[in-house]
Every structure is written in C-alpha cells, then in structure tokens.
Design a protein around this ligand. Structure first.
Ligand SMILES: NC(=O)C1=CN([C@@H]2O[C@H](COP(=O)(O)OP(=O)(O)OC[C@H]3O[C@@H](n4cnc5c(N)ncnc54)[C@H](O)[C@@H]3O)[C@@H](O)[C@H]2O)C=CC1
Ligand SMILES: O=C(CO)COP(=O)(O)O
Ligand SMILES: [Zn+2]
Length: 353
C-alpha cells in the first residue's frame, strides 16, 4: 500500500509592489490573527521600515511591541520568544534582511504563532521559505519552521536599499544551479529524496533571473520586482522540498564556513555566488559550466573573486576544505576537498589570484 505523505506549507498572502508597506495591516486582515503584533527587526531596517510598520499597526488599534535583534543565533531566537511572552504577543512581524526574518520565523514557530515577513532588502531567498538558518558552534543548522502567513515586499523600499543587497539576492538565486546539482548527486549516490518539481522550479528560477539580467539595473525599481519574484519562487521550491536542498548545496556550506572564519566580511548572497563558481568547477571540470555561472554573476554586478568579497585567499581554501564537516548534507565536496584540489579549483576559476 502507498503510505507516503507530505505537507507543503506556503504563505497565504504575498503582496509585492510599489508602496505596499502601507498595506501591511490589510495583508493580515482576514488571516484570523489575534492579539498584539511583536515587530522583530535589526537596527538599520528599524529606521527604514519597522518603525513605520509599528505605526501602521498602532493606527489600526493593534498596540504593537518591538524587539531589535543583532545577530543570527539561538540565543537571539530565545530572546525574541521571551519578549513575545512578556509582551503577550499574538503574532510576529519580521522586518529587515535575512537575519531578523529568520529569527522571527523560528521564534514564531516555537511559540505556535503566525509570522508576517516584511523584507527591506532583496538579499536572500528566506523571505517566504519554511526554513531558518542559524549557526551553532562548529555547525550551521537549517531548521524547519512554518513559513510566513503573509509577505509584504515593498519594491520602493527594496529599490532604495544599497545595490549590493540586491546583487546578493541575485547571487543567492544563481547558486540554485549548483545546489540542484548537489541535490541530484546526493540522490544518485546516497538515495537522498529528490523532488523533481522543487528541483525544476529552483533551476527555472535561476534561468529566468539570468535571462532578465538586462533589466536588473541599479536605480530601476523594476529590478527589485524581478529579483523579489525570483526570491519568492526559490523559497516556494524550499517549501515544496521540505528542505533547503533546492537552494542550498556545497556553495552554501562554504559560505557558512566563511561566516565562521571571517564573520561580517561579505554578504551571504555574495559568498554563495563565488562559492558556486568553485563548486560548478568541481561538478563539471575546467571546460564545464563554471564560466557561465561566473559570467551570470558578473552580468548582475555580483562578486566573482575572493578579493571582491574582501576575503583572504586562505579563507576561501580553508572554507572549501572544511565545509563538508558542518552539516550531514552530501554534496560534490564528498568527504572533503584536499588543500591542493581546493587551491587548483580556486585558481583555475580566478577566485584567487
Ligand atoms: N531561511 C532561509 O531560507 C534563508 C536564510 N538566509 C539567511 O539570511 C541571512 C542573509 O541575509 P541578509 O539579508 O544578507 O542579512 P542581514 O539581515 O544581516 O542584512 C544584511 C545587511 O543589510 C542591512 N539592510 C537590510 N535592509 C536594508 C535597507 N533597506 N537599507 C540599508 N541596509 C539594509 C542590514 O541592516 C544588514 O546590515 C543569512 O543569515 C542567511 O543564512 C538566506 C537565505 C535563505
Ligand atoms: O540560504 C539558504 C538558501 O538560499 C538556506 O540556507 P540553509 O541551508 O543554511 O538553511
Ligand atoms: Zn542562501
């Protein structure tokens, strides 16, 4: 008898467009959310959007509370949970980049409450995903959590954010190429469950973004629109898969290691993009498709070298040779790259000089 079952959890309202921040309250009406909202944000997004979101809820009679988080960590998730309990919050509203949204998502999941996601940067594909990505000691967890019930992505806000945040979002999407290759490899070699739909959606999202590169330009609000649609689509692929596999392979493991080796040096999206050039080389060799990945990143204005990331060459080599240890996720890194192989891959691809 066929007894398999799975849940695909998706947001209910995804509102994207110019000035839609003002529709945040409308986006949650009809979702049966009770009680006070707790706005979870980080320092810069607070001034850009979170104070305004709190004002909108206050004007609508919701009596919002706010907590400002500093870093992605389990201690910060706990601080948000404690604050939600103290304030007797009924639902959470994550406002900012990937970090406050991840923290709010995981806290909401633990509290059994709904999350509303309000991105202020098109910098990552966790905007709608049912995942939270948090470092802990020598490892980096990809934690299942309910996805947001509503997403409010104001393209005016996203377009005014520093351009590098948008190119980071583009690179997070381009990394889907190698993430899917890693997932297929793990399926073939380790019998890891693979979803054709999620894999195809993730890959198609990257292809469509690269196909639109000519319209993704600094100062064009349409760019924010194109990129955020891709980020939503990639997040949906993760929800279909029930894992971050469609959007996170060896290139993400390398980026997570870079975060440990040299914290705060470069954006998540930029790191996964550069690492994707390296892992594509490992997948398809010197004459393979790594040049297409590099060219796609270049065409979107994202970094392709260690120097552009601000990382020492040695950081890249260390991250590449240790990344296989941080998670039980089979990838092209296998049981680990030798130092010589990592040097060769990073040199041939021009990541290090
Ligand atoms: N849960 C998931 O499925 C995913 C999670 N992530 C996680 O998201 C994080 C990366 O996201 P980021 O957005 O790069 O990190 P982040 O939240 O640290 O934001 C990066 C920087 O941009 C600033 N910022 C945000 N909006 C701004 C605006 N409008 N104007 C000026 N500055 C602004 C922030 O203050 C911060 O300094 C990582 O921790 C990564 O692991 C990334 C992809 C998927
Ligand atoms: O960043 C991600 C997808 O872009 C997901 O990262 P994790 O695999 O760490 O959850
Ligand atoms: Zn990512």
């Amino acid at each position: 008898m066929f007894e398999k079952s799975s849940w695909i959890r998706l947001p209910r309202n995804v509102v994207v467009g110019h000035g839609v921040l003002d529709e945040t309250v409308a986006a949650v009406e009809g979702l049966y959310l009770d009680g006070r909202p707790l706005v979870v944000t980080s320092p810069t997004p607070k001034a850009i959007a979170a104070d305004r979101v709190a004002d909108l809820f206050a004007e609508a009679g919701f009596d919002p509370a706010m907590v400002v988080v500093e870093e992605a960590s389990f201690a910060e998730v706990q601080r948000v949970i404690d604050r939600a309990r103290e304030e007797d919050a009924g639902f959470l509203v994550g406002v900012g980049g990937g970090k406050p949204i991840d923290l709010a998502k995981m806290a909401a999941d633990e509290l059994g409450q709904a999350l509303v996601s309000v991105p202020t940067a098109a910098s990552h594909d966790g905007i709608v995903s049912g995942r939270g990505s948090v470092p802990e000691k020598d490892t980096r967890h990809s934690v299942a959590a309910d996805p947001p019930v509503a997403v409010v992505a104001d393209t005016e806000v996203l377009a005014e954010a520093p351009w590098r945040l948008t190119t980071a979002g583009c690179a997070d999407i381009i990394s889907n190429y190698t993430a899917v290759k890693d997932w297929q490899l793990a399926h073939r070699l380790k019998n890891v469950e693979y979803s054709e739909y999620a894999g195809a959606l993730s890959q198609m999202t990257a292809e469509m973004l690269v196909g639109s590169a000519g319209s993704i330009k600094r100062g064009l609000e349409e760019s924010a629109w194109i990129v955020v649609k891709a980020l939503v689509s990639s997040g949906v692929a993760m929800s279909i898969a029930g894992s971050s596999r469609p959007a996170s392979g060896a290139e993400h493991l390398i980026s997570h290691q870079l975060d440990r080796i040299a914290p705060g040096t470069a954006l998540h999206g930029h790191q996964v993009g550069v690492a994707s050039v390296l892992t594509e080389y490992l997948h398809s060799g010197a004459d393979g498709e790594w040049k297409q990945v590099r060219d796609a990143l270049q065409s979107l204005g994202a970094p392709t070298t260690a120097a552009e990331l601000g990382h020492d060459p040695e950081d890249i080599v260390e991250a590449a040779t240790t990344a296989h240890t941080i998670r039980d996720r089979y990838t092209i890194l296998g049981d680990g790259l030798s130092r010589e192989a990592a040097m060769e891959a990073a040199t041939v691809t021009g990541i290090i000089g």
